[in-house]
Design a protein around this ligand. Structure first.
Ligand SMILES: Cc1ncc(COP(=O)(O)O)c(C=O)c1O
Length: 452
């Protein structure tokens, strides 16, 4: 390895970081991570911290997951690449599609379309949704509706349905025909409604209003995360997604669950859709499907949806979409091993227990630290702490404060993520009780340091 000075000096000289200003990356070198084990990572200076970010919501099983590492190594030896474009396939991806059909049977999702990550999965879902309607002769159904505050990756389609200006403005004009409704975000919403059940009804009514306004026959799909993640961990009331499912059914609109974060246990249930008791038509997955060790994703399709394609005799169902790395054998081998390990460890049980501990602990911190305006979570290991400069007016803190807090928490042995005014906590799902206590203690110390 090059020495630490070389790495710090060269970090941003020859590359742009995603989601960062190039000048800032040059002026303030980020943490350069060089090692990881269990739930901890080590930086280039030898500092070891608990990774309360879990990579990027993807390293659910931590950094020492040998079955996944070994599966990758074995597959590299046997067959490092072969495509799944028409005319060829590979053994690993066939086995994976079989395992996924079993895993998602309870969600009634029986077919997979493989991708290289979350943004690809969203792009794929949007395309297949439009094609589904076209195969059925419903050519006018091309629009998409989604939630403000939602995050759906950064492809043009995903950015167009994203609900946060930060990921949109610089890249406009975006895809035509994408519309947004208010998110069920009790702390801030245009209805001034703090009751989660009432807010869920208002947002559902806004969805129906938008559908009627657009013309139901023009809408292809509604897309949402079962719990909004990057937008600041916004869990809707339990009535929301079932209401959405009902509205979509009544208007012939497909429901796409963006489970890039929530599939495979993070919410304390095996999927976010199962958490809320609904069955989507399409489910986008990625991230934890390989524990983050290989870029990979899968769009899972409901049987009825898939059969529209399979039963087509006109040629309209020919899929003119796919990636060189769709069904990559190494990714597939990683996913097979990861799924088996995820099931063996029964990660949702630990995610639910440790998530409750983390959420409760963050609420206790709120009693102590005025700077915390809101704490959200309570469903598995997804918690956000929203920082304000004035609780009464809910004025967000200035941009520097969350970064200062992040640094102070890091000095106390824990890596957290900053997203706008939010501190986001999404540790590996194998985190222990004492490690969650360490995360909370580091946050407490960091919050005290920022106040002084
Ligand atoms: C809910 C959701 N959808 C889509 C994406 C995009 O995934 P990727 O960054 O792998 O393209 C993300 C990434 O964080 C996500 O959180």
């Amino acid at each position: 390895m090059k020495d630490s000075n070389f790495l710090k000096e060269n970090n941003a000289r020859h590359m742009f970081h995603p989601m960062a200003h190039p000048a800032d990356s040059l002026a303030n070198p980020p943490k350069i991570i060089t090692g990881g084990a269990g739930v901890r990572v080590r930086d280039v200076d030898g500092e070891e911290t608990i990774d309360a970010v879990g990579g990027l919501w993807n390293v659910n099983l931590g950094y020492s997951c040998d079955p996944v590492k070994e599966a990758i190594a074995r597959q590299l030896d046997a067959l490092p690449y072969y495509s799944t474009f028409r005319g060829t396939s590979n053994d690993a991806v066939i086995s994976l599609s079989f395992d996924l059909a079993e895993f998602f049977a309870e969600d009634d999702l029986t077919r997979a379309f493989f991708t290289s990550g979350g943004s690809d999965s969203i792009e794929t879902a949007l395309r297949l949704a439009r094609q589904y309607h076209k195969i059925r002769g419903d050519h006018g159904r091309v629009k998409f509706i989604s939630l403000k505050k939602g995050y759906h990756g950064t492809h043009m389609g995903g950015a167009s349905i994203n609900g946060n200006a930060n990921f949109r403005s610089a890249y406009e004009p975006l895809l035509a025909g994408c519309y947004h409704i208010p998110a069920p975000y009790t702390y801030r919403n245009p209805f001034n409604e703090t009751d989660p059940a009432k807010l869920a009804q208002l947002c559902a009514a806004a969805l129906e209003d938008e559908i009627v306004f657009q013309g139901p026959g023009t809408v292809a799909a509604f897309i949402m995360e079962p719990i909004l993640g990057a937008g600041g961990v916004i869990p809707p009331h339990k009535s929301f997604m079932p209401m959405v499912r009902d509205i979509c059914d009544r208007h012939g609109i497909l429901l796409v669950a963006d489970e890039v974060i929530t599939a495979f246990g993070r919410t304390g249930a095996w999927t976010g859709s199962r958490l809320w008791g609904i069955k989507p038509d399409l489910m986008c997955t990625a991230k934890a499907i390989t524990n983050g060790y290989f870029p990979f994703g899968a769009v899972m399709m409901a049987r009825d949806f898939a059969e529209v394609f399979e039963d087509d005799e006109t040629g309209a169902a020919t899929i003119g979409h796919g990636y060189t790395y769709s069904g990559h054998p190494v990714g597939a081998a990683a996913a097979i091993a990861c799924l088996a390990e995820t099931i063996r460890l029964d990660v949702p049980t630990n995610a639910a227990a440790r998530g409750a501990q983390l959420h409760e602990g963050a609420r206790v911190l709120m009693d102590k630290h005025e700077i915390i305006g809101d704490v959200r979570g309570g469903h598995g290991l997804m918690t956000a702490i929203e920082l304000v400069s004035d609780r009464a007016t809910k004025t967000p803190v200035d941009k520097a404060t969350p970064v200062k807090l992040q640094e102070a928490v890091y000095r106390n042995g824990v890596l957290v993520r900053v997203s706008g005014p939010n501190i986001i906590l999404s540790p590996p799902l194998i985190i222990s009780q004492s490690e969650v206590e360490q995360v909370l203690a580091a946050l407490d110390a960091g919050l005290a340091a920022v106040r002084n």
